[in-house]
Design a protein around this ligand. Sequence first.
Ligand SMILES: [Ca+2]
Ligand SMILES: [Ca+2]
Length: 164
Amino acid sequence: MQFVNVATQSGVDFQHVNGASSDRHLYEIMSGGGLFFDYDNDGWLDVFLVDGGSLTNPATDKTARHRLYRNRGNGTFQDVSASSGITHNGYGMGACAADVNNDGWIDLYVTTVGVNALYQNNGGKPASSKPSDAARARSRSICATASTGAVPASGCCRRCAYSS
Ligand SMILES: [Ca+2]
Ligand SMILES: [Ca+2]
């Protein structure tokens, strides 16, 4: 089996910012998670990629941003990051996705060095996706990754979960 790099042709042009410093912080070599999930419920798995940043260089940190790519269903992806409402709130480490409020739309949880964020998916409309202040978890530690699982309360779970 042989693989061919088709990232550029597919529209996935993500380049991770790790903010590598001379101090060689642990998080600089750990970050860069990502996952597949169908945020718009069209049956095609979309791609979310976590960007790092920098805790020591503000200019480098400003270049980092998480990316959400919508799967067009034809082997190409559309970058919908700008309209997704997903913001870069610190050095990103990992992510997981699950329908946390059981409304049929998969939500997104992003872990960072510092404050993690839960983005509630409002009907697959990226512009209306936003961090849920009530669900944000404050932390001063490194949250390397996250995972989700479904524990059915009444027999059957509705959604699958993925994690980085
Ligand atoms: Ca999709
Ligand atoms: Ca949901």
